[in-house]
Ligand binder design. Structure first.
Ligand SMILES: O=C(O)c1cc(C(=O)O)c2c(n1)C(=O)C(=O)c1cc(C(=O)O)[nH]c1-2
Length: 249
């Protein structure tokens, strides 16, 4: 049976309550101050791959939109990450975080050393958005409904527990708190409007579940590689590589 708008929204929110990556043990370590400097670096390097893929994902999505009004709304997502004349953009902010934790920004931007499983998960998200229905693509972005809480927890946890954390190094997350609400308000309303049959509601819910898997898998990969007993896959970042100043030394 097709669910009412309210019930369907509650179903989507329940997916976040059960499956969002705020519940992953790596986030408990990171926010609780239990990560070593190298574990923080590994997180920054791998998460960069997600950051650098998000605008490509949104460009892939926009290339499929025939409605100029919707493209106009969606393009701010790309600008939020890539920047504009007046906004530095999320990717540069992330690289500021990379420098603050002692990494060379060019090394991080090269995406060398990113875990294979991170690449598989993130690339699968870009492909999903390119290939599935527009409804499923927008529904997959709705994990951002749950992101403001994790960003607030992260800002508070990092500021409390790590010397590198300050307004400059954490500006990525401060900005997402301002940017994400407009994206999710639009995305959620669009999904609720367009998922008007049971079949479409089921597809949208599955897309959101898929996206929680994309996020969770990245942290599983990180945990397996860099938390004792660490099993770093061949070719992935080894502590000591890609540090700031290493090129000059
Ligand atoms: O730190 C996080 O936990 C987190 C999660 C997510 C998410 O839920 O996908 C995004 C972000 N951050 C984020 O910063 C971001 O720009 C973003 C874009 C998207 C998307 O799917 O389009 N998700 C997320």
């Amino acid at each position: 049976m097709t669910q009412s708008r309210e019930d369907f929204e509650a179903r989507l929110r329940q997916i976040g309550a059960e499956r969002y990556h705020d519940k992953h043990p790596f986030h408990d370590m990171l926010h609780g101050g239990d990560c070593t400097p190298d574990q923080v670096r590994a997180w920054v390097i791998n998460r960069y791959y997600y950051q650098h893929s998000i605008p490509m994902k949104d460009a892939a999505f926009m290339s499929r939109l025939e409605d100029p009004a919707m493209r106009k709304i969606w393009r701010s997502r790309i600008e939020d990450h890539d920047g504009t004349d007046t906004n530095e953009g999320g990717i540069k902010r992330w690289l500021r975080l990379a420098e603050a934790v002692g990494l060379d920004r060019d090394y991080v931007a090269s995406t060398d050393g990113v875990l294979p499983a991170t690449k598989f998960a993130v690339d699968a998200y870009v492909r999903f958005v390119r290939e599935k229905s527009l409804l499923e693509a927008v529904a997959a972005s709705l994990t951002e409904l749950f992101a403001p809480k994790i960003h607030k927890d992260r800002i508070a946890g990092l500021l409390k527990n790590y010397d590198f954390a300050d307004d400059s190094s954490l500006s990525y997350f401060q900005n997402r708190l301002k940017e994400a609400p407009k994206d999710v308000a639009f995305g959620l309303a669009w999904v609720l409007d367009h998922a008007d049959t049971q079949e479409k509601q089921d597809a949208a819910a599955k897309a959101l579940e898929f996206k929680t898997d994309v996020l969770w898998s990245q942290l599983d990969a990180l945990y397996s590689a860099y938390v004792t007993p660490a099993r770093i896959p061949p070719g992935a970042w080894q502590p000591g590589e890609g540090l700031a100043g290493a090129k000059a030394a």
